[in-house]
Design a binder for this molecule. Structure first.
Ligand code: HEC
Length: 194
């Protein structure tokens, strides 16, 4: 290669390199512009009222959120035998501490309303949120009766459940820092812990 040709090919390479650098620089600038535009782009959409209602299922300790409906201990027994015995056993106390319900309800729950909330949101285990309000009221009546908290003729509804005081209720307190969340002192999950 002559000296002139060598110079030419070096010049060509330098031009090519400059071209590549310019290309990358402009691509980066475009990406940056897109990014800055994206910051102000609305993402997604507002949830509809029915979507919010489907998630808003909590029953608060004071009974806020309890639906209309009612149920008896006897009705609860029929539903329990059909949908709950395979895991919890006929008296709900076959596997205490595991899938046993009785006597955990008497020992652990602050409020009957929490029991309603728990059954509604999570039971039966294989089909959570499949139970109708009357079924849940009946199951709560049965489980409270099995725990000797209400008599055999108890009828559970939004009013009567609020009126039942659970055996451990006095050991729970309302945490002023967590907008009314009821907690048991010494609870390892307590919000009071640092
Ligand atoms: C397929 C098995 C299964 C079925 C069926 C089932 N459960 Fe459960 N249940 C469980 C398990 C497992 C737990 C423990 C869950 C946990 O600790 O996270 C539990 C926990 C519970 C608790 C809480 C007990 C406590 O110690 O606080 C209640 C109340 C309860 N179930 C009620 C019911 C009722 C009422 C039905 C029938 C409508 C039912 N379950 C059907 C498996 C089942």
């Amino acid at each position: 290669m002559s000296g002139l040709n060598q110079k030419r090919s070096i010049m060509t390479m330098l031009f090519a390199l400059a071209g590549i650098i310019l290309f990358i620089a402009s691509a980066v600038e475009v990406a940056a512009q897109d990014g800055s535009n994206l910051v102000n782009q609305p993402v997604g959409r507002d949830a509809s009222d029915s979507e919010i209602a489907a998630w808003d299922i909590d029953i608060e300790p004071d009974g806020t959120g309890l639906p209309a409906g009612s149920g008896t201990v006897a009705q609860g027994r029929k539903i329990y035998d059909a949908k709950c015995t395979n895991c919890h056993g006929p008296t709900a106390s076959e596997n205490p501490g595991d899938t046993g319900i009785n006597p955990n309800i008497a020992n652990r729950y602050c409020c009957t309303t929490t029991l309603y909330d728990y059954i509604h949101r999570s039971m039966p285990y294989y089909a959570p949120q499949s139970l109708e309000p009357d079924e849940i009221y009946s199951l709560v009546a049965l489980l409270l009766n099995l725990n000797d908290i209400v008599p055999e003729d108890f009828v559970a509804n939004a009013t009567t459940l609020r009126a039942v005081t659970m055996p451990q209720a006095a050991n729970y307190g309302i945490n002023p820092w967590t907008s009314g969340v009821i907690e048991q002192p010494g609870d390892p999950w307590s919000h009071d812990k640092p």
